[in-house]
Write a protein that binds this ligand. Structure first.
Ligand code: C5P
Length: 215
C-alpha cells in the first residue's frame, strides 16, 4: 500500500508522515531529502544551483541511498548535513530541472516497489504515485508555518528572524507552486487537511483513522 502526503514546507508533513508510518508499520520516505541531496552534492562540487547542465551531469553519476530514514550520497552519510539554509533554498532550485525530477522519481518508485510506504513531498499523489490508494494534502497558513519554524530554531538556541523566515517560506511556496513540471498542488482525489489550528497529534489521528479504513 502507498500513502502519499503532499503539501508546502512547514506544515509538519515530515513529522506526521514519519509517525504515521511507525503506527502502521510502514516504511517512511522523505522525498524532499532526495532533492536536498542533489543540492548538497552541487555545493560539494562547487556547482551553482542555477547551472542546469552541470547539475544534470552530476545527477546522472551520483548514487543516492535512502534507508531507515537515513540518507547517503555516494558513500557519505548526509542525513543532518542536508538541513542547512543553503541546501534548503538550493533544493527548490534543482527541483525545477526535469532530468533531476525524472532521476529522483525513479529512486522513489524503486523504494516503494517492495514495501508498504508512507511517502511525503510535493508531487507524490499527483505525479510519482498517481494510483496510490490513500492521498493526503496538508496545508497551513504561511504565517503559522513561519511561526513554527521560528520557534523550532529559537528553541534550538539558533538566531532567527520571523520576517525573514516568512519571506523564505513565501519564496519557496511560489517557486514550488508555479514551476512547469510537477507543481505543488493537491491531487484531485487527495483528502485536504488544514493544520493551521490543529496539533500534530490530532492531524496524525485523522490520517491514521482514514488510512486504516482503506488498508
Ligand atoms: O520537503 P523539503 O522542504 O525537504 O523539500 C525541499 C525542496 O525540494 C522543496 O522546496 C521542493 O522544491 C523540492 N521537492 C520537490 N518535490 C518533492 C519534494 C521536495 O520538488 N516531492
Amino acid at each position: 500500500m502507498i500513502i502519499t502526503i503532499d503539501g508546502p514546507a512547514g506544515t509538519g508533513k515530515s513529522t506526521v508522515a514519519r509517525a504515521l508510518a511507525e503506527r502502521l508499520g510502514f516504511e517512511f520516505l522523505d522525498t524532499g531529502a532526495l532533492y536536498r541531496a542533489i543540492a548538497w552534492y552541487c555545493l560539494e562540487n562547487n556547482v551553482s544551483h542555477d547551472d542546469a547542465t552541470r547539475i544534470v551531469e552530476l545527477t546522472s553519476t551520483v548514487h543516492i541511498r535512502w534507508e531507515d530514514a537515513r540518507l547517503w550520497v555516494n558513500e557519505e552519510e548526509v542525513t543532518e548535513k542536508i538541513r542547512s539554509e543553503e541546501v534548503t533554498l538550493g533544493a527548490s532550485r534543482v527541483a525545477v530541472i526535469s532530468e533531476v525530477r525524472d532521476a529522483l522519481n525513479d529512486v522513489q518508485r524503486k523504494i516503494a516497489e517492495a514495501q508498504n510506504i508512507v511517502t511525503e513531498g510535493r508531487d507524490q499523489g499527483t505525479v510519482v504515485f498517481p494510483h496510490a490508494q490513500c492521498k493526503f494534502y496538508l496545508n497551513a497558513s504561511a504565517e503559522e508555518r513561519a511561526r513554527r519554524r521560528f520557534l523550532e530554531l529559537t528553541n534550538n538556541g539558533e538566531l532567527a528572524e520571523y520576517e525573514t523566515i516568512l519571506e523564505q517560506i513565501r519564496e519557496r511556496d511560489e517557486r514550488d507552486a508555479t514551476r512547469e513540471i510537477a507543481p505543488l498542488k493537491p491531487a484531485p482525489d487527495a483528502i485536504l487537511i488544514d493544520s493551521t489550528n490543529l496539533k500534530p497529534e490530532r492531524v496524525l489521528d485523522k490520517l491514521e483513522q482514514t488510512a486504516r479504513k482503506m488498508y
